[in-house]
Ligand binder design. Structure first.
Ligand SMILES: [Zn+2]
Ligand SMILES: [Zn+2]
Length: 318
């Protein structure tokens, strides 16, 4: 018997489509029931501007899901990106109502979004050396910690901590106005919004990479993508394609060895994303530095004192 080494399928999808408040509420109610009935896990954001989600399950469950979502005529043309995995990257099924499906806190006309460029076209532009020669710009709309573990060759990073900083950060790129700019992000949703914002700010020649990094790496592994891809689930860092041979481009921030393990510092008052090898994680008890380890120990001491206090109080009250 053949053993399937990647039994889990992970779907990523989004679509900007105008929904009324009632549509949103109705969709959340019925969709939640449907997902629970077929037993899949994931996280889906729903807003008056559309839906944005990621779900995981077996291949059969994911086929059922795709058919059901496309049966809704508003989502009949929705595109799915698909990855394979060993375990569910989600622990629950969550469907959440939001103001925006990708939060930028900036009112933008989505009909202004940049023209699509396909993975094939982008590959062709690379082959022709457009980015190397400066005839076109490849612009990373993701956050700094995502850029760090992997990015397109020759790409310029917008250098933000969150997507909400994007509109403001554009003032550092005035010199690129008039240039041919290709924006990209993980699955395509952020650069759809980012490209609309850029055009609103007077960047005229803006393209968006259709279906994002994931689709590009799957079609052209080991070409113009360097490193790994940051993902917003338990995995944090993904190879995206089973045939990817990309080496990590990051080092452990504590000891410096080549490493692409991302984690949050365990010190609650720090909580920053840090690249840290397993050995250092163990040595520092999940913290990013000696300083954070000290703070964590103080935090634990205070917590245990508080708990003792509570116990004593309970005893006194009895
Ligand atoms: Zn280390
Ligand atoms: Zn820390």
């Amino acid at each position: 018997m053949e053993i399937n080494q990647n039994p889990i399928r992970i779907l990523l999808f989004y679509k900007f489509v105008k929904l009324s408040e009632n549509d949103v509420d109705w969709f959340i109610r019925t969709h939640k029931k449907f997902c629970e009935d077929i037993g899949i896990k994931g996280r889906i954001l729903v807003a008056c501007e559309g839906i944005n989600g990621s779900v995981s399950g077996t291949a059969t469950e994911m086929e059922k899901y795709k058919i059901a979502l496309r049966n809704d005529e508003r989502f009949s043309d929705i595109r799915f990106k698909e990855e394979m995995g060993i375990i569910h990257p989600f622990t629950k099924m969550k469907i959440l109502k939001r103001e925006e499906i990708v939060s930028i806190k900036f009112d933008v006309d989505m009909s202004k979004a940049g023209q699509f460029i396909t993975a094939e076209e982008l590959y062709d532009w690379y082959e022709k050396g457009l980015f190397e020669k400066g005839d076109a710009i490849i612009f990373d709309t993701r956050n700094d910690y995502e850029f760090k573990v992997g990015h397109f060759k020759n790409s310029i990073q917008v250098n933000t901590k969150t997507f909400r900083e994007f509109p403001n950060a554009l003032k550092n790129f005035e010199h690129l106005k008039g240039k041919k700019i290709v924006t990209f992000c993980t699955g395509g949703i952020r650069c759809e919004k980012a490209s609309a914002v850029m055009r609103e700010f007077g960047f005229e020649n803006v393209f968006q990479l259709k279906d994002g990094i994931i689709n590009f790496i799957q079609k052209f592994p080991n070409t113009y993508w360097e490193g790994k891809c940051f993902v917003f689930d338990k995995r944090m860092v993904s190879d995206v394609s089973p045939s990817s041979e990309n080496k990590p481009i990051t080092n452990c921030e504590v000891c410096g060895i080549v490493c692409d393990l991302y984690k949050n510092c365990r010190n609650p008052s720090c909580d920053r994303f840090v690249v840290e090898c397993l050995e250092c994680q163990e040595k520092l008890n999940g913290c990013c530095s000696e300083h954070c380890l000290e703070e964590l120990n103080i935090h634990f001491k205070e917590k245990s004192l508080r708990n003792q206090g509570r116990k004593e109080k309970i005893v006194l009250e009895m």
